[in-house]
Each structure stands twice: as structure tokens, then as C-alpha cells.
Design a protein around this ligand. Sequence first.
Ligand SMILES: [Zn+2]
Length: 273
Amino acid sequence: MAEPFQLKHETFFDIQMKSDVAHNPVVAGFSTRHGGFSDKPFQSLNLGLHVNDNPNDVVRNRIKLAEALGTTLDQWVFAEQVHGKEIQKVSAGDRGKGSTIMKTGMIGKDGLYTKDRDTVLALAFADCVPVFFSAPGHSIVGIVHAGWKGSVLGIARDMVELWKQDEGIPVEDIKVWIGPSIQQCCYEVDERVISNVDKVADSRYSPYTRKDSEDKFMLSLQRLNQQLILQTGIPEKNIQVSDHCTSCEVSTFFSHRKEKGQTGRMLGFIKLL
Ligand SMILES: [Zn+2]
């Protein structure tokens, strides 16, 4: 499968949505660490307000990305993320929330969706999995933040369930993109994580491998999320997965694991045109 995330600008990767464009124009993608104003260890396009970077630099960085996408920052909606499973429906009236001060954002939410145009949904990442949702013809977009906890809690599956139940959208119409994140090559976890994964994963297609002679495992959060999303009945062909590894590609992305917690944040973003 062709890589769905392609570098469009110094500051971001664009999701290649191809045939969907005629039905339901969507702008979506994932930022890089380049083209910003932040100093070490946030060099340079840190977009997270919660990592002790200079907030003025972070806001300048956000404005730069917003402008690169042909938007203004006051159209953007952010969340204060907690590695949970709460999803918030956002409207045009929420625009600007969390854009310059985190506590004005959607508190305690790790998933956002909207049916309103020109309302940019944004979540912050540094290894965790960004999952993007669109349903061509139904004017709806969404995004979730899934680290191992959110993945196990099924936040990505829950977005599809919400769209089915609350919005009346058939699963066949829902498309999903699993974005750049730490991949199985670099994501070592311990028994505690794996015991939680085992409760929800399909044992026939285990999303992890055990390391030789160690109580350590290499986990694919991409495969875990894909499995849980498939439980909704969504066709497999509707799910696309990025091969970009934020840890391997630390010259392009921030990686919490690779940089031992001292690093910035990328944004995953999506909006209806
Ligand atoms: Zn890797």
C-alpha cells in the first residue's frame, strides 16, 4: 500500500485522500519538527503548550503551521489530553479553544470530531498514534490520540461506534488513517502493558512479539488499533496505515521515547473545507 502521509511543506505531512476530494473536501495531516522558533530540546516546531517550552514560541509555531495550511489559529480547537477514551463533539462555536492557552481547550479529551466546516481539530503527539477519520458524503471529520492506554481502551474503535450510533453513518462509508507514530521496530514494552493488550487483542493475530530471553515485548500500536477498529465491521480496505516511525525518523519528528522525554510535540490536524 502506498504511504498515505506525504511531505507537503517543511512543516507538515499531508494525508493523500485522492478520490474522496470530490465528495467531501478535507484537509488533514501531521506536523514535522521543522520550520519553527523553539530552542533545544524543542527545536524547532514544538506545538505543545504543556512541555515547558516558551509559550510565546509555541504560539508562533502554531501560527506558522496554521498559515501554511491556509487557516488562522483562531479556527483551531485543541484538547488537554489525558491518555483516556473521552471523545468530544466540537462545533464552530468552539473555534480558538486551547489555541493559545491550554486550559481553555477541551479538558480531559483524547478524541475530537466535528460536522462544521473550517473548524480545525488538533491533538498533540510525540510517539503516540494519531488516528484520523472521515466519511465522504457525510461532512464529518475526527481525530483521536492513542498511546498504549488509549489504544487498549479502544478510543479509535469508539469514534467509529459514535459515528454509527449518534450520527447514523454506515461503517462502509467511514475511512480511517493511522498516522506516523512509534512503530514495532522501536516500541519495547513490559509485561504490564502486554497483560492489558492481551485482554483486547485478537490472539490469532498478536500485535506484539516477545524479545529473546527477556521479559520484554515489541508492540505494534498500529496493528492493535487496526484490529479494534475492524471490530466495528468497517471494511479493511477503508483503513490506511502509515509506515513512518517517529523514533527511527527522529530527525523529522519529535520522539518521546528516543529523546528520553525531553522533546516537543507534533500536531495531528483535520478539518472540513
Ligand atoms: Zn522505529
